[in-house]
Design a protein around this ligand. Structure first.
Ligand code: ATP
Ligand code: MG
Length: 424
């Protein structure tokens, strides 16, 4: 296996001010391609420590990836440390300086002289182009090894990694194994329920070549199957039947695969069926509409929404009955239904979706404690609702879960194959 070490630098990473996202990003991508990540470390902005760490990594790994410290300020030390570690002088590269200057001019700013530092690279190093910032990355071939230094800002790093580093590594260090991977996404199903559902395939997991990982993420669980083989044929033989089985076992709970989002899936279903959507949100304060409109092109099916936070707005804008409000309160099945119907009429949509609940931390009632949320759904076929309850969760999480579960409820209803236990 090809061994890779990743070294992140930055005082802010050690103080916990910034969460290191670039190491897991690179490690995950490389692992998927069949590289072995043998060590990751995080260092202070301290020149001797960075030089020492690079030299040590070179004594063990084939590829060393460094992040951070390529900026123009005095705490940006990676360029010098790297040159020192491979015993090469820094050399001014006029074409890089020209690119840095043109980057500033394009963004309408004058060129700070300090940025000239960024045009110095260790002798014989290659620049890695950076579309989103001024600092180019640095790629150094050292005997049969390679060291790549990339800037710390995650958006700059990610595109440089995908567009330059990965292609370079797969050309020069072709992975010796073949990996297949698929992520199955579900919403509103806890990890343990998910495990029960797919129990049948668990004995096939060996944690070495056949792996399953679970990532709970704001009301969703992302289950990733990864199979490694010596070649494509070997990987496929295990991967394909297993992936098909997981698909079947998850059934209607599965909302999407890989990069697909819940709101994206809902959008595709609405589009396929020619339905328009309107939202009426109380406890989620617009979060469901926000999720819906995260999807490019959502104006094709999303009419709009009303944040009906007060009872007055529920009555006056959505036409919710004051008698119902007085009788059962705003957090109730009946009001969820009236809100969904109200917004469906008001905004002339095919589907109205509503949320009403107690997000806490104060409030709630004996029959509807904090964490109770009702979702209402008005469709051409009629109105339905669902009651949810998340005790002991934070206000934000309750709002997020409610918004996500509302979308998932809509998805299940319009997919037409909703499981019985999920009906409200
Ligand atoms: P700059 O030109 O912006 O200074 P740089 O290459 O010098 O880039 P740093 O100074 O280390 O990078 O970090 C720049 C920004 O990127 C900081 O806001 C920092 O918090 C963030 N950052 C750095 N390293 C990481 C990391 N490993 N994960 C997430 N964010 C990071
Ligand atoms: Mg910096």
């Amino acid at each position: 296996m090809i061994r890779v070490e990743i070294i992140a630098t930055g005082n802010e990473l050690l103080k916990g001010e910034t969460i290191n996202t670039t190491t897991p990003f690179m490690a995950g991508n490389l692992r998927d391609l069949g590289y072995e990540i043998t060590r990751t470390s995080t260092l202070r902005d301290q020149p001797d420590e960075i030089i020492g760490a690079i030299r040590e990594a070179l004594s063990r790994a084939d590829i060393v990836l460094l992040t951070g410290g390529l900026g123009p300020t005095p705490d940006d030390l990676t360029r010098d440390a790297l040159a020192e570690a491979v015993s090469q002088p820094l050399e001014f590269q006029p074409d890089i300086w020209a690119e840095i200057q043109s980057y500033f001019r394009k963004t309408g700013r004058s060129v700070p002289p300090a940025n000239m530092n960024q045009a110095y690279l260790p002798y014989h190093a290659q620049a890695v182009p950076n579309k989103h910032g001024t600092a180019p990355g640095i790629l150094v071939s050292y005997n049969s090894q390679t060291i790549v230094a990339l800037p710390g800002p995650p958006n700059e790093l990610q595109s440089m990694f995908n567009e330059s580093v990965l292609p370079y590594l797969s050309r020069n260090y072709p992975p010796q194994t073949f990996t297949m991977k698929r992520t199955f996404k579900v919403c509103g199903l806890g990890e343990s329920h998910l495990l029960e559902k797919i129990g049948e395939v668990l004995p096939l997991v060996d944690n070495d070549r056949v792996r399953l990982s679970y990532l709970p993420k704001g009301g969703e669980v992302h289950l990733t199957l990864q199979v490694e083989g010596d070649d494509q044929h070997q990987a496929k033989e295990i991967f394909t039947p297993m992936a098909e089985r997981i698909n079947a076992l998850l059934g209607a709970d599965l909302y999407g695969l890989n990069e697909e989002t819940l709101a994206g899936r809902v959008g595709s279903l609405l589009r396929q069926r020619g339905y328009s959507l309107a939202t009426a949100e109380s406890c989620t304060g617009g979060l469901a509409a926000h999720l819906v409109t995260e999807v490019p092109g959502s104006s094709d099916y999303f009419r709009g929404g009303v944040i009906a936070y007060s009872n007055e707005v529920k009555e006056k804008v959505l036409g919710v009955s004051p008698d119902t409000l007085a009788a059962v309160g705003a957090v109730s099945q009946a009001i969820a239904c009236e809100m969904a119907e109200g917004v469906r009429n008001l905004l002339a949509a095919d589907i109205g979706l509503s949320t009403t609940g107690f997000a806490g931390p104060e409030g709630g009632s004996p029959e509807n404690p904090v964490g109770t949320v009702y979702i209402g759904l008005a469709t051409p076929g009629g109105t339905s609702n669902r009651k949810l309850y998340w005790p002991g969760q934070s206000r934000y999480l309750i709002k997020l879960l409610a918004a996500k579960l509302a979308l998932d409820y809509l998805r299940r209803e319009i997919s037409g194959d909703q499981a019985d236990e999920d009906r409200g």
